[in-house]
Ligand binder design. Structure first.
Ligand code: PFF
Ligand code: NA
Length: 445
């Protein structure tokens, strides 16, 4: 059988498609807002540079050398204790778990594309009650769009690396970038733009505590798609002789740029038009639609385009979240791609229904434990435990387990003098940082 491989640009767009997601456009602006802007952004940027970039290279390397699903790759590359190390590959499960709520949120976005076409809420209050009505009492709408997300994602997965994943990213990623660039260009012409710049880039160190630090590190992982085997799985389909460092650079660069562009744009709009920029997860679904209304007819166009861009970002990330497990069942159990795609799709579709119900009045009471509903639990367990753990395992695996000579022979030509710095980051900086993050997130420190 001929093995499908990404083209050079196809890989970069697919990996960037994985990275650029709801994390950039929905999550980054609101957490940057919550932690006071500048200082938080700086910590996040440093984390991306010192830890994220190193792990991105490490994850690409495991996939590139392993050439298989994540479990097989770990098994193949461990010189001994193969049975133990192959467990590292089960980080792919985290992606499937994340999909349980990610798909539901994409459903909300689909719904917002449609409602923005019809009419925008005239006030923040109205926007808030519209959002809450959907979240807490409209099971049917959420179910409809969640199912639509499931169909789109499963369809692309079934078409495979070339005809599905690469093709999707070759179309959606440039479209997404054009939409954001256009809206960003408009934002720069507004008076409030300088206000947004100074909010995002002048550090207010008083706002940085250990909590902000941990959030910045955790977000750097989430936003770069690290610690779950997505990047690893895509890298298994790299051409021979790919320049991993260059690829990693592009993915990190695009992800970071798009987060900053989205942040600047949203804050400009909020400062310019919004009277009450609601902080928190409602930023995009509550404050923003009301702001678009204030903009008049242009706002209507922007609203639709914005949610379309957000849907594109979410869908390309979704496909990468599920692909590791799809690949796993293909490689290890000889399942057909169709069977594997549908089975993994059904998994997150079914649990997604529970996630929807856990926000619905009358059901949420029995789907809530310890102050968190099912939806929040899935988010929490993946982000607080699985993801930092996945990152830690990868850093240790490349830093200490794969024979140094093997790592060196592939990486030294590309990294040169930076090779030792990279290895140092993997061996010492990353594990310590990840460990602290994990303890702190689960509330030990
Ligand atoms: N990086 C994506 C985002 O920023 O929304 C989310 C994500 C995708 C996380 C794929 C992890 C992953 F493996
Ligand atoms: Na991202």
């Amino acid at each position: 059988m001929k093995i499908a491989r990404f083209s050079r640009i196809g890989f970069i767009l697919a990996a960037a498609g994985s990275a650029v997601g709801l994390g950039n456009i929905w999550k980054f602006p609101y957490i940057a807002g919550e932690y006071g802007g500048g200082a938080f952004v700086l910590v996040y940027l440093l984390t991306v540079l010192l830890i994220g970039f190193s792990i991105m290279i490490a994850e690409m390397l495991i996939g590139y050398l392993g050439r298989k699903d994540t479990v097989t790759s770990f098994e193949k590359l461990a010189p001994k204790n193969k049975k133990l190390w192959k467990l590292g590959g089960f980080q792919g499960l985290a992606g499937l778990f994340i999909m349980i709520f990610y798909s539901v949120v994409i459903g909300w976005i689909f719904n917002y594309i449609v409602t923005s076409l019809i009419a925008l809420p005239t006030t923040v209050k109205e926007a808030e009650s519209t959002f809450n009505a959907m979240l807490h009492s409209d099971f049917t709408t959420q179910m409809l769009y969640h199912t639509l997300a499931f169909i789109c994602i499963t369809y692309v997965l079934n078409r495979g690396i070339k005809g599905g994943i690469e093709k999707m990213n070759m179309i959606l990623m440039p479209s997404l970038m054009i939409i954001l660039a256009g809206m960003f260009a408009y934002a720069t012409t507004l008076g409030a733009f300088t206000q947004a710049v100074s909010f995002m880039f002048s550090p207010d160190w008083a706002k940085i505590d250990s909590d902000a630090f941990v959030t910045a590190v955790g977000h750097a992982f989430f936003t770069l798609s690290l610690g779950m085997g997505s990047i690893m799985t895509y890298s298994a389909s790299l051409e021979k002789d790919s320049n991993i460092v260059k690829n990693a650079f592009w993915v990190v660069f695009l992800d970071t740029t798009i987060a900053i562009v989205a942040g600047l744009m949203l804050f400009t709009f909020l400062y310019e038009y919004g009277s009450a920029p609601a902080k928190g997860p409602g930023l995009v679904f509550i404050s923003l639609p009301a702001v678009f209304y204030e903009m008049g007819i242009l706002g209507n166009v922007f609203a639709v385009l914005f949610f379309v861009a957000l849907a594109f970002a979410g869908l390309t990330s979704s496909v990468s979240l599920v692909e590791p497990m799809v690949q796993y069942f293909i490689d290890r159990f000889s399942w057909s791609r169709l069977k594997s795609s549908i089975s993994m799709g059904l998994f997150f579709w079914l649990f997604g229904i529970i996630a929807i119900l856990s926000n619905i009045d009358g059901f949420k009471e029995s789907l809530t434990w310890g102050g968190k509903n099912f939806f929040d639990w899935v988010d929490y367990v993946t982000a607080a435990i699985m993801l930092p753990l996945g990152g830690l395992i990868m850093a240790v695996f490349v830093g200490f387990i794969i024979p140094k000579s093997q790592v060196e022979s592939v990486m030294k030509p590309h990294l040169g003098w930076a090779f030792e710095i990279w290895l140092f980051s993997l061996r010492y900086i990353t594990p310590v940082a990840m460990f602290v993050v994990m303890l702190s997130l689960i509330g030990v420190i």
